[in-house]
Each structure stands twice: as structure tokens, then as C-alpha cells.
Design a protein around this ligand. Structure first.
Ligand code: FEO
Ligand code: CA
Ligand code: CA
Length: 640
């Protein structure tokens, strides 16, 4: 279907020729809308607030939290924003960060150049405001994760002799493109721009940035290697996906698909073999292990145990040593957004992005001390890691993963809390956590006590494996869960949950989507991945995999209350091949930063033949992952 022909907003509602009752009745006929709801626990479990008995034409005028004009569904070579908005091309892969950074030259890439340039595949975006410059211009630090590299898109002439084409020099360039960047940015009259040479600017990379392992697992024998007999020092971080900014202004980088960076084989009876199997190590996605022993598990079996953590970075001090906080567990971390509980403890919410893996939260033992950043410096080293068990009746239990409790005992191979943390997944398996449909970003809202969970998809779930919290077999388009922590107490161990929306095309009955019927033709989407709350507490969702619906990935605003609860509204569309990461608002809500990741990707796409050359559209340049700053032309709050 050529969806680029669709209207900007829902013509059925806009034309006024059909009432909302007509629309619902049509959809009832076409896809058994209410029947689908009843099968999964009724309206409560879907987040839909309308029924045929209460629907009236007044709902057509039901207020939305948003007032921008939707963009059209579709897919093409560039990005799109609504009328009345503009986008600043803030920074691209290869752009300079330092005064001595070499100019971007994609045909002559090197580790040395990449270490001084913005990295590849921007993912998480954090923003730490620095107030205003002496000239009165807003400025701050953008903290950017560089999740991974798309080897054939990034480097020329890779395919012909792969993997032999991946020389050590090329592998080192890839490692330098991983990790993260801190870059000072400033808003001038013409838009947001990087401050090249700022004293804050920093590159953090997979191979060259020394890091400290801290917390209960630090120093454990299973973290010791030939290069690091202490088990406390790691060179680098990699596959940093969604993350967080703590209340004390540090940046959390979540290590996600670290397994992909390892090669080699372990004998089946090796003590780490079962552990590595549970994490998919070695993934063999990169050739680093051909050249450097630590990325070959047969030569350094403990090295993978030193990845899969949450890394804390002080963006204000480019000389500071990042800390891998082992108390937060080891898995394919996605997101680490935090909130201060009423008693002052800090709670972090995290997903483990794998089919049938889990949702976690961590509650610090200590309390947050405002206005004393150093007092909070090591707050993340002590506390309790919980995993979520979702019940059919809408109850949710947070199960503590503590050595000696339940099945986490020597009889089951756990001899310390370090073991529990290094093998967090197996610990959660034993404690009967609920296997989810790929948990990605998880965002708490301190205003409401709500927690939004993005479940991106899971085409491997069978009918026999369906449960209330993961209600669809072959779930190709994901869903969004709303957790309610009782009375805003984020430390609670008994909570409630319901599904806000099951994603996908509401007009295709077999998909079983459950959007609010007021959702327009542009407003639905598939594969929710990253999310953000704006300063008004409104939810925004970015997708990774919406192309499965025939349209590009993008950002949608989402009503979560009132008669439009469960209604999406299309705000931003990425160029072909890209997913959208970030998103991140400035504190005043007047800028929305979005990270456009892997533009130009696609089946068979390469450096020589990408699906787009966004954002430069220069035949001499490959596509470049980039960060955009989206603003209203009149300077008002985004989305209002
Ligand atoms: Fe890196 Fe789960 O997305
Ligand atoms: Ca993600
Ligand atoms: Ca993703």
C-alpha cells in the first residue's frame, strides 16, 4: 500500500461526515474490536476508555494534550516535521569535537581520527543544562550514546572480501566509533550548534577509555582477566543503547548487545559456557576478536562478564573515570532513567532487550542528597535489584534478586551477590520473572507515579506462551505497558499494571491492535522503542521497526489520559532505513532532540549503495547518523 498518499490528519474525523460512533462500528465490523478486548481482560487491560455504550459525537471534540498538525505516514529519503516546526542538523557522525579534530574523510577513516570525532549510530540523548552563556544563549551538554556501527554502511569496500576486509586498523576504527560523546551545544539565533573545542567535550570509546568496575561484583574472580588481574579495571564500554541522567547530573550509559562483539568458542564444560550461552556470547557480529585477544572468548573467557553493565559518567569532568555499577545487574541493558522516591531513595527502571527477557528496577540503599553532588557519587553501588513478575489480574510484584534468598543459593550455582549480578538473567529465570516481548525504554513519571514500558515486538511468542502482559502471539508490532506504583512510592514491591496500547495497524484484524478509536490514520505505529516525557509530563514514543507497517520510523506523541487516552499523533518521520532514538527535551520543552540512527540501511545496503545519503545528499558521502534539534518556528513549547 502506498501510504505516502494518506492525508495529513484523519479525514474521517476532520470531514465530520462520519461520527465517532460510525467509526467504532466500522471497526467493530472489520476487526471485532471489542471482542478482541474481551479476550484479553476487557477495557481495563487495553487502556481504551471508550465503549459503544458511552460513545457520543462529543468525543470527536475530546481534548488532546497536543495541538500540532500531524505529519503524513510514508517513507522517503529525508526526514519530516510538522508545519510550523524546523529542524537543526546539530551534529553528524564524523563531525569534529576538538580544535585538532581532522576533517571527516570517509574514504580514509582511522582510529586516530574517529577518537576526535562524533561517533556512529547515536542512540540515547541526555541533556544537562548549563544555563545561559555570557551572551544570553542557552547552552548545555549533550550526552550521546554511540550504540554500534553498521559496518557495510560505514566503511567502503567491505563486502567483497568480508571478513578478511576487516583489518585490525578497521576494527580499531569501529571500536573508536562506539561508546559515547559529551558535546557542549549552544542555541544561537540560527539554531542549536556544537561548541567545537569546548572544555567539556569528550569521546568515550569501546577500547581506549579506562573504566572502573564498582559495587558488589567488583574484583570478583569471574571479572578477572590477564590484562586486569584485579577484576576492577576495564578498557571501554560498548553497545550503549538507551540510558539516563541521574538527579545529580551524571550520565548513565546502558551496555546492551555486548555479546555481538565477541568471537571464539568455549568448550561446553567450561565454567562460563552456560553463562555465555544465556547472553548469546559470542555473537560474532564484528571481527575484533580476529586481531585482539580480549574479544575472543577462547582466549579470554571472562572478558564478556565485564560488559553488560550500566556505566556512570560525570559529563562535567572529561578526565573523570567512568564507573560500571555492578549493583544494577548484568544484562542487555536498555535505559536507566531514575526518579526520587518519597523517602529520598533513588529508583532506576531498566529493560533487558531480548525476546522473553525482563523488566527490572533498582532501589538505592542510601538517600539522595540535593545540592551536594559529591554526596551522591556512589549511591548506585548499594541497593536492591528487583525483577518484575506480572500477574493476570493487573498486579505486579517486584522480586528482589538477593544472594541467599529464594533459589539464589549455592545449590543453584550462586555463591555470592557477585554471582547473582554477573548472571542476572539466570537469577531472574529462577525467580519466575515474567518473560516479556523485548523490553526497551522504561520511563518513570514523578508527577503521577506512572512508569511507561516500551515492549518493542516478539515474533517468536507462540499461542501457548501468551499471557496478559504479553497478549499476542507473533507480536510483530509491540505494545506499551503502564505501571502504577502505589501512591507514587517507586520503591514499592507490589504495583499495578495495564496495557496502554497494543501497536500495529488497527485496520488489520489479525494484528489485534487496540488503539483508541479516535486515533487517526497517521497516529498509529509499530515497535515502540525509546520514549521521553516532556516538562508537562506528556509521553512521546520513538520507534524501531515501524517499517514493518510500510512506513518510516518516527516519533509519536501519545495521549495517556482523558477520552483520547491511547491515541498517537505523528510528529517526526525519519529517513529511509533509520530508527529514531533519543528523544530528549530541553528543560523548557522548547527543543526536542532526536537521534537518527542507521539512516540508509536496508537489505543489501552498503557504503557504495545506501538507501539514502541523508543528511548531506552528497554522492561523495555515505549516510551519516545524526542528531537533530526540533523546534517550533515561533519558539513555543514543542507539541502544544
Ligand atoms: Fe539498542 Fe534495544 O535497542
Ligand atoms: Ca533501543
Ligand atoms: Ca533499537
Amino acid at each position: 500500500m502506498d501510504q505516502s498518499e494518506n492525508q495529513t490528519s484523519n479525514p474521517r474525523i476532520r470531514a465530520g461526515a462520519r461520527t465517532i460512533t460510525d467509526i467504532i462500528e466500522t471497526r467493530l465490523d472489520r476487526r471485532g474490536f471489542l471482542g478482541g478486548l474481551a479476550a484479553t481482560g476487557g477495557l481495563f487491560a487495553t487502556g481504551c476508555t471508550t465503549t459503544s455504550s458511552v460513545v457520543s459525537t462529543e468525543l470527536e471534540d475530546a481534548p488532546s494534550g497536543f495541538s500540532f498538525q500531524e505529519i503524513m505516514r510514508g517513507v522517503d529519503e529525508t526526514h519530516h516535521v510538522p508545519d510550523g516546526y524546523t529542524s537543526d542538523l546539530l551534529i553528524r557522525w564524523g563531525d569534529p569535537l576538538f580544535n585538532d579534530s581532522p576533517a571527516f574523510d570517509p574514504y580514509n577513516q582511522s582510529e586516530a581520527a574517529q577518537l576526535k570525532q562524533f561517533g556512529y549510530n547515536n542512540d540515547y540523548l541526555g541533556f544537562v543544562s548549563l544555563g545561559e552563556t555570557a551572551e544570553g544563549q542557552p547552552h548545555g551538554l549533550l550526552c550521546v550514546n554511540h550504540e554500534y556501527v553498521s559496518t557495510p554502511l560505514m566503511q567502503p569496500d567491505v563486502a567483497a572480501d568480508y571478513p578478511n576486509s576487516m583489518t585490525e586498523a578497521r576494527c580499531l576504527t569501529e571500536m573508536a566509533a562506539h561508546g559515547g560523546s559529551v558535546v557542549e551545544i549552544v542555541q544561537t539565533e540560527t539554531g542549536w550548534a556544537p561548541v567545537v573545542g569546548s572544555k567539556y567535550n569528550r569521546r568515550i570509546t569501546a577500547h581506549r577509555t579506562p573504566m572502573e568496575l564498582t559495587g558488589p561484583a567488583a574484583g570478583a574472580k569471574r571479572l578477572q582477566t590477564k590484562e586486569d588481574p584485579s577484576g576492577r579495571l576495564v578498557a571501554g564500554t560498548m553497545n550503549n543503547c538507551a540510558g539516563g541522567i541521574t538527579p545529580w547530573g551524571t550520565w548513565l550509559m546502558a551496555e546492551e548487545n555486548f555479546n555481538g562483539n565477541f568471537l571464539g568458542e568455549l568448550p561446553a564444560d567450561h565454567p562460563e559456557a552456560e553463562n555465555h550461552e544465556r547472553y548469546g556470547v559470542p555473537g560474532g557480529w564484528y571481527q575484533w576478536g580476529r586481531h585482539i585477544d580480549r574479544y575472543d572468548v577462547s582466549k579470554e573467557p571472562n572478558e564478556p562478564n565485564r560488559f553488560g553493565w550500566v556505566v556512570e559518567v560525570d559529563p562535567m569532568d572529561p578526565r573523570s573515570t567512568p564507573k560500571k555499577r555492578t549493583a544494577l545487574g548484568r544484562f542487555k541493558h536498555e535505559g536507566a532513567e531514575s526518579v526520587i522516591a518519597p523517602d529520598g531513595r533513588v529508583v532506576l527502571y531498566m529493560g533487558d532487550d531480548q525476546r522473553f527477557d525482563y523488566v527490572y528496577k533498582f532501589v538505592t540503599a542510601g538517600r539522595y542528597t540535593p545540592d551536594a553532588p559529591t554526596a551522591n557519587r556512589d549511591l548506585l553501588d548499594e541497593g536492591t535489584l528487583y525483577v518484575a513478575r506480572f500477574y493476570e489480574d493487573g498486579g505486579l510484584e517486584w522480586i528482589p534478586l538477593v544472594f541467599g534468598e529464594g533459589l539464589l543459593t549455592p545449590e543453584n550455582g550462586f555463591n555470592s551477590q557477585a554471582d547473582v549480578l554477573i548472571e542476572t538473567r539466570r537469577a531472574a529465570d529462577l525467580m519466575s520473572a515474567t518473560p516479556m516481548d523485548r523490553p526497551e525504554d522504561v520511563e518513570p513519571d514523578p508527577r503521577t507515579g506512572k512508569v511507561w514500558v516500551m515492549l518493542t515486538n516478539n515474533h517468536r511468542r507462540t499461542e501457548d506462551e501468551v499471557d496478559a502482559a504479553n497478549p499476542r502471539a507473533n507480536n510483530r508490532f509491540g505494545h506499551v505497558i503502564e505501571i502504577t506504583e502505589p501512591e507514587g512510592d517507586f520503591t514499592a514491591t507490589q504495583s499495578r499494571w495495564e496495557i496502554l496500547v497494543r501497536c500495529g495497524d488497527p485496520d488489520v484484524a489479525e494484528i489485534g491492535a487496540t488503539w483508541n478509536p479516535l486515533t487517526s490514520d497517521q497516529g498509529w505505529f509499530g515497535s515502540p522503542d525509546n520514549c521521553a516525557l516532556d516538562p508537562q509530563g506528556r509521553l512521546w514514543i520513538a520507534t524501531d521497526g515501524n517499517e514493518g507497517t510500510g512506513a518510516a520510523d518516527g516519533v509519536w506523541a501519545m495521549d495517556t489520559s482523558g477520552d483520547r487516552r491511547g491515541t498517537g499523533r505523528a510528529f517526526f518521520r525519519a529517513p529511509i532505513g533509520a530508527e529514531v532514538c533519543g528523544p530528549r527535551f530541553t528543560d523548557d520543552g522548547r527543543t526536542l532532540f532526536v537521534a537518527v540512527q542507521h539512516p540508509g540501511d536496508g537489505d543489501g545496503a552498503s557504503f557504495e549503495a545506501p538507501t539514502t545519503r541523508w543528511p548531506d545528499f552528497d554522492d561523495a558521502l555515505p549516510p551519516r547518523p545524526s542528531v537533530l534539534a526540533l523546534r517550533r518556528l515561533d519558539g513555543g513549547p514543542v507539541g502544544s
